[in-house]
Design a protein around this ligand. Structure first.
Ligand code: DC
Length: 216
């Protein structure tokens, strides 16, 4: 496994994917959204009629050949039954579903190895999510916790997806509450993380700041 790992954790719509994509590009590394594993599983479970209460079936689904997660330079892609369902998994509605299944400790354990495998065949990896610095890659070179105000995050997601601002904000608040209060690997600032509040900073400024911390 490569030693070149940067983790970027943070709440919903804090800009983790955009920052990870840009940073990975700057470094010539790969990047992965670990949320895609939870989003993919939640989506495939819904399509395959596996209920979120059926933990055993969910765990079986984590290793099913019915779906795959692939790292692309533009996006972490999810394929299900030979269709690219990346756009579908990214809806805020599916985000809430993903947050729900991500609370189940057995599901988290089952998906952990798949996430770690992303670091096996690459020269460097930027991994983003909720527990990348605390659980998935605790040995990372650099850990970042990225945040922005609730209002700004909701506005960003509503703008990106053409959604109603108030409904988006309510859904995000519910998801953040679920992600920070769950017992298994809750969203938290890793002890040795650098915190970046992106409020008032451009995407390039955030990427440059993180890049600067990696320079020898
Ligand atoms: O980062 P995201 O919005 O794509 O994540 C979707 C959900 O997946 C998030 O609300 C909680 C869960 N998740 C998680 O529990 N642990 C991770 N490392 C990444 C995501």
């Amino acid at each position: 496994m490569t030693k070149n790992i940067v983790t970027i954790d943070g709440p919903a719509a804090s800009g983790k994917s955009s920052v990870s994509r840009g940073l990975a590009h700057r470094l010539g590394w790969q990047w992965v959204s670990t949320g895609a594993f939870y989003r993919g599983l939640a989506f495939v479970a819904m399509k395959e009629k596996v209920t979120p209460e059926d933990t055993a079936a969910l765990v079986t689904l984590t290793t099913s050949s019915l779906w795959t997660v692939n790292m692309d330079s533009d996006q972490t892609r999810v394929w299900w039954r030979e269709s690219d369902v990346t756009a579908e998994i990214l809806s805020e509605e599916n985000g809430l579903r993903a947050s729900h299944v991500s609370q189940i400790p057995e599901v988290r354990t089952a998906l952990l190895q798949n996430q770690r495998n992303c670091a096996l065949t690459v020269s460097g990896l930027v991994a983003e999510g909720r527990d990348c610095g605390t659980v998935v890659f605790p040995e990372a070179l650099l850990k970042v916790y990225l945040t922005a105000s609730q209002g700004e995050r909701a506005a960003r997601r509503a703008r990106e997806q053409g959604l109603n601002l108030q409904a988006t904000q309510a859904q995000q608040q519910a998801r953040d509450r679920q992600d920070t209060t769950r017992a298994a690997a809750p969203l938290q600032i890793p002890e040795d993380a650098r915190v970046v509040d992106s409020e008032g900073l451009s995407l390039d400024e955030v990427i440059e700041r993180i890049f600067g911390w990696l320079k020898p």
